[in-house]
Design a protein around this ligand. Structure first.
Ligand code: NAD
Ligand code: UDP
Length: 322
């Protein structure tokens, strides 16, 4: 039963963030059409929704025109475009798929929505990677970034930047209600422990009693946001009025840690203080530091993250030990 009479589309629904967003929308009474081609997602993230009549799964490639895979009569109220490989090893393994889904995939979805009567809100999942290796710290939305246009990360970074451009064109030139969220490093239950990101790697390593792999000298920083906080921000971004054309950072500025500190915090949370660190080469173009300025999210969404890193890691530990 669709209690809210609202319909949402989520691309990338089988992924880490998409599956949590889907649960939250279903809980609010939405009917959800979830799209995924499983390039990096996991079917098990959707197992619990198998008998939910408000959830409709469509296996499709979002880099194709949306009319090819969405039901003919669908009039969505809101579309969340999350489909994209997200971890550096995964997007570097699928560079063409990554730049297509964030560029032409975004274009096709917006062109499709332009033809619909429902005038849906469109939320694009951008990234802190648009700031590249930032020369400003913390990063606010007005900062244009410092991105290598032709490096190992550019299939992702530049495609997200082009995705943002495409969003901007559809807002300015076609009057559509398009909103951009720049997501900073997020972790939580249902992360793919094999996807190569720092938290999944460290968790896989502490669970199997292996040394924790720290890249470079481990002094680079990231700010870690728990997934329920992120999803709350994305939901506000999709439901509040008067946000057309806005770009908003979502992340946790209170939890900026170096890679070495992160390793120690994960070891503590998993009660494995004796595990050693194994230093490995720093990958190319690895940003040296990253922390969101969330002044805009506080002001426009009345949003700020609530879950501390220590608490979030405990929740992740419990979720992976079930
Ligand atoms: P994820 O890899 O777990 O999920 C992405 C999902 O998109 C997967 O299920 C994948 O199969 C699907 N997908 C990719 N290309 C597709 C295509 N062409 N057609 C259909 N489905 C496709 O990643 P995530 O961490 O859940 O990230 C979700 C979104 O948030 C991504 O757009 C990512 O760039 C963005 N983001 C995430 C983070 C983070 O820390 N998790 C940070 C910044 C931005
Ligand atoms: N990193 C690390 N050990 C790992 C995986 C990653 O030290 O096993 C570092 C990586 O070099 C980067 C940071 O952790 O500086 C975050 O990497 P991640 O892949 O999670 O995301 P990024 O923010 O770089 O996209």
């Amino acid at each position: 039963m669709n209690r809210s009479n609202q319909t949402a589309v989520i691309t990338g629904v089988a992924g880490f963030v998409g599956s949590h967003l889907c649960d939250a929308l279903l809980k609010q009474g939405y009917s959800v059409y979830g799209i995924d081609n499983f390039i990096t997602g996991q079917a098990k993230n959707l197992d619990h929704l198998e008998s939910n009549s408000d959830f409709h799964f469509i296996r499709a490639d979002v880099s194709q025109p949306a009319a090819n895979y969405l039901p003919k009569l669908l009039e969505p109220d809101v579309v969340y475009h999350l489909a994209s490989p997200a971890s550096p090893p995964r997007y570097q393994a699928h560079p063409v798929e990554t730049y297509l889904v964030n560029s032409i995939g975004t274009h096709y979805l917006l062109q499709y929505l332009k033809t619909r009567a429902s005038q849906a809100r469109f939320i694009f999942a951008s990234t802190s990677e648009v700031y590249g290796d930032p020369t400003e710290h913390p990063q606010s939305e007005s900062y244009w970034g410092n991105v290598n246009p032709n490096g190992v990360r550019s299939c992702y970074d530049e495609a997200k930047r082009l995705g943002e451009t495409i969003c901007g064109v559809h807002t300015r030139d076609f009057g559509m209600d398009v909103r951009i969220v720049r997501i900073f490093n997020t972790y939580g239950p249902r992360m793919d422990l094999a996807d190569g990101r720092i938290i999944p790697n460290f968790i896989a390593q502490v669970r199997s009693d292996h040394p924790l792999t720290v890249y470079g000298d481990g002094s680079q920083t990231r700010s870690f946001c728990y997934v329920s906080d992120l999803v709350e921000g994305i939901l506000l971004m999709g439901t509040l009025q008067n946000l057309a054309g806005e770009t908003i950072n979502l992340g946790n500025p209170n939890e900026e840690h170096t890679a070495i500190q992160t390793a120690e915090l994960v070891k503590n949370a998993f009660e494995k203080p004796g595990l050693e660190l194994l230093f490995k080469d720093l990958p190319g173009d690895d940003p040296t530091r990253r922390k969101p300025d969330i002044t805009k999210a506080r002001a426009l969404l009345n949003w700020s993250p609530k879950v501390s890193f220590a608490e979030g890691l405990r929740r992740v530990r419990d979720s992976f030990s079930n």
